[in-house]
Write a protein that binds this ligand. Structure first.
Ligand SMILES: *Cc1c(COP(=O)(O)O)cnc(C)c1O
Length: 375
């Protein structure tokens, strides 16, 4: 129904973003970490509540220092300091700051499809033209097409999710560096954001792009505490870049955008990082077992094994189903929620607890048995 309000045309037909929420027993649809927050972190957050009469630290330097210290350790980048770090309410808000500062009306943003479905919404909300380059069949970047698109579109923001959502694909560091070279120099033409929301789940040998930050003033790496840290409810995302880039993001943030509770919660979580990250190795193993189990299964409709994309994240992307809706629905009816997202035929399942993963596979087997067999 057309709105009776003077809404901008960009928003007139739009729906609010979000995966369907349903109270089913096994929720494997939004890539959360299934384990609860340790009690020592809960008490540290409660202690911060007594200071809520005052505005919080606007520049949250203590938290930025702690994030720099953590990321320096995680990504082998000990040179990171508080001045290299920006943070906001989830990395989605960090990305919004990047769009506000570097994109906007008359400018364009570029990414590589299929990818994170929030990116086009951030472009829409900042009146930025949105363009994508298709990935290859194995979901790697098509570098010839990428460099052509940069030459043609002159994007001012380039988003590279690595590991990518929904496919799980890690992008080669050499490909990111080639994008940086194509847009760098004395006057950079684009800011490149490598979105490493799932970086802690990457397999041995998959590097982080943080090392490129030291060399390229227009490369930023976004991270989040929502996934590996099991801290999605706290809403804390952050970004590492050269201080010159961080200073520009400070201009567009709302004053006091990070509440005292958020800052205290994130600091407590970083102090207890080892406890919060304790389950990452188990989730990584669970992910690898899921991939193997899926690849061992046959799709009766094609007579071939299921396809599963190589994944460095805490989820697996699998298919290709003739009717993915029916498979999604069948899983839902058996109490398992997965995500119907990206190219037709594919589904995404998050790695959960061993019990959740087993429940998913049991439900999937029941559905595969009902699929039509190719004559
Ligand atoms: C989950 C996710 C995010 C993080 O979102 P938050 O706002 O930090 O919770 C960012 N990028 C990608 C690709 C994601 O999948």
């Amino acid at each position: 129904m057309p709105s009776r309000l003077p809404v901008r045309p960009e928003f007139a037909e739009a729906e609010p973003y979000g995966a369907p929420v349903a109270p089913v027993p096994v929720r494997l649809n939004v890539n959360e970490n299934p384990y609860p927050v340790p009690p020592e972190v809960v008490s540290a957050i409660a202690a911060a509540a007594s200071k809520l009469n005052r505005y919080p630290d606007r520049d949250f330097l203590t938290l930025r220092g702690a994030l720099a210290e953590y990321l320096g350790r995680e990504a082998d980048a000990p040179w990171l300091t508080a001045n290299h770090i920006w943070a906001a309410n989830g990395s989605n808000e960090v990305l919004l700051h990047v769009f506000q500062a570097f994109a906007g009306p008359g400018r364009s943003a570029l990414s590589f499809a299929p990818t994170y479905s929030m990116y086009p919404e951030l472009a829409r909300d900042t009146f930025t033209r949105w363009t994508t380059v298709p990935r290859r069949a194995d979901f790697a970047l098509d570098m010839d097409a990428a460099l052509d698109a940069i030459a043609r579109e002159h994007p001012s923001v380039i988003l590279v999710a690595s590991p990518n959502n929904p496919t799980g694909t890690a992008v080669h560091l050499a490909d990111i560096e080639a994008l940086a070279k194509a847009t760098g120099g004395a006057q950079a033409t684009a800011v490149i954001v490598v979105d490493e929301a799932y970086a802690e789940f990457r397999r041995a040998g998959s590097p982080s792009a943080v090392e490129l930050v030291a060399e390229y003033p227009h490369v930023a790496v976004a991270r989040t505490m929502s996934k590996a840290f099991a801290f999605a409810g706290a809403r804390l995302g952050y970004l590492a870049a050269r201080p010159e880039l961080v200073e520009i993001l400070r201009v567009v943030r709302l004053p006091y955008h990070l509440s005292a509770l958020t800052q205290a919660a994130a600091l407590a979580a970083l102090t207890h990082a080892d406890a919060l990250l304790a389950n990452v190795a188990a989730l990584r193993d669970g992910r690898d077992e899921l991939v193997e189990a899926l690849r061992a299964r046959t799709n009766p409709t094609t007579g071939r094994r299921l396809e599963v994309a190589d994944t460095d994240a805490n989820f697996a992307y699998f298919g290709v189903f003739h009717d993915r809706r029916a498979v999604w629905r069948g899983l839902f009816d058996r109490g398992v929620l997965v995500r119907e997202v990206g190219p037709d035929g594919w589904l995404r399942v998050s790695a959960g607890t061993p019990g959740e993963n087993a429940a998913f596979l049991t439900a999937l087997d029941a559905i595969l048995a009902t699929l039509e067999v190719q004559p």
